[in-house]
Design a protein. Structure first.
Length: 391
């Protein structure tokens, strides 16, 4: 069962604390009358204070509390049902905004509803579009659901959502490829993207990933345009104890990448990750410069670069699709790194990119910590996005 559906089912309207039934056989405690004669008074009372009863609170507190009935004891001692939820992973928590954007409202719609009708499918379609899955991909998913409904392969709402999740996983898995192993020395990765996508930070985390896997890594500070970009990469190198080729004030990024490739080969490095300046996909001159950088790397090491990774900011939604398309047309992107998924409600953009461009998603960024760059797992991502409870 999906988590948001189960939580809705557990929230029964009008729940209140269970009241203990009153046993009519137990009489209320009697107030001590202190032996006062209840027969009619024929003689006038000489002094009112001689017959006035003691104050009520003192009489009540002096009496022993009434014994509990067996029914009351049974109700109080009976164990209350406790729903134990499986602890959620850090990854599940990091995708909270994207998940909430998709599942918000679906719980109310599905609660107590077994029949599948057009209203239900329209709501699912709306949620997909709002999550930035894209019009074309959403339409394809809904059409696939309609086909299975018509063949009686889906009978209730829970089966509907299970089928939707499988369709979404399949759409991501069909374009995934195994990560190329760094068999060449050096295995050169050129990283590109627009300004503000988190490119340099992602390179630092990617270097950490390779070093943790036992590889000798080097960085090339090829972003010579942005202020402090070289210093930032040097800081990442020091943090990971990884050498960095490049120095502040050097202007020619092509020569930086060429020198880095030669140095990596001479020092028997396994992996060289090259940073490049951020550029908009609409800037023709800067895109031509990126093509030149690729040619320089190719001349320095035959067969290089072995990977061209594009860093995309998930928070810009469908604009990320346009960026990926134009970068791919310019330099032949081999894979994607999608960042900032922990801070956006637009997690569906991954499906649109995979569906329309057929580009694999190699890594996703879900936080600021160095370990928050994660190899992409289609099933794990969909499970967290749809609040599937088997994650």
């Amino acid at each position: 069962m999906f988590g948001f559906l189960r939580r809705k089912k557990n929230q029964v309207p009008g729940d209140a604390a269970i009241e203990s039934p009153v046993d009519s056989s137990v009489d209320a405690p009697e107030v001590d009358t202190l032996g006062t004669d209840t027969s009619p008074i024929t003689e006038p009372v000489e002094a009112p204070s001689t017959i006035e009863p003691e104050p009520l609170p003192a009489v009540i507190t002096a009496e022993p509390e009434p014994a509990q009935t067996s029914t009351q004891i049974a109700i109080q001692s009976a164990p209350q049902p406790v729903t134990q939820e499986k602890p959620k992973s850090r990854f599940w928590q990091q995708l909270a905004r994207a998940r909430n954007n998709f599942t918000e409202g679906l719980g109310d719609l599905f609660l107590g509803k077994k029949a599948i009708d057009d209203e239900l499918l329209e709501e699912v379609e709306t949620r997909l579009i709002m999550a930035d899955v894209g019009q074309a991909t959403t339409r394809a998913l809904i059409d696939a659901l309609h086909q299975q409904i018509s063949r009686k392969q889906i009978n209730d709402t829970e089966a509907l959502f299970e089928t939707l999740s499988q369709l979404m996983i399949e759409r991501l898995e069909r374009v995934q490829k195994p990560r190329p192993a760094p068999t060449e020395q050096p295995h050169i990765i050129v990283v590109c993207g627009i300004n503000g996508a988190g490119k340099t930070t992602t390179i630092g985390k990617l270097a950490h990933h390779y070093k943790q896997s036992g590889h000798k890594v080097m960085l090339a500070a090829g972003d010579t345009f942005r202020a402090a970009a070289v210093e930032q990469l040097i800081t990442w190198g020091e943090r990971n104890q990884i050498p960095v080729i490049g120095e502040p004030g050097r202007q020619d990024s092509a020569s930086v990448l060429f020198d880095a490739a030669q140095s990596a080969r001479a020092r028997n490095m396994d992996v060289l990750i090259a940073d490049t300046a951020g550029r908009l996909h609409t800037q023709g001159g800067l895109m031509d410069e990126l093509k030149k950088l690729i040619r320089v790397v190719s001349k320095s090491i035959p067969g290089a670069p072995h990977e061209i990774l594009l860093v995309l900011d998930a928070s810009i939604g469908q604009n990320a699709l346009n960026q990926a398309r134009q970068f791919h047309e310019a330099v032949g992107v081999t894979g994607l790194i999608v960042t900032k998924l922990d801070g956006t409600a637009k997690g569906g953009i991954l499906f649109a990119i995979a569906d329309e461009l057929k580009l694999p998603i190699d890594f996703i960024g879900v936080g600021e910590q160095i370990a928050d760059l994660r190899p992409f797992d289609p099933k794990g991502y969909v499970d967290a996005l749809l609040d599937r409870e088997d994650i």
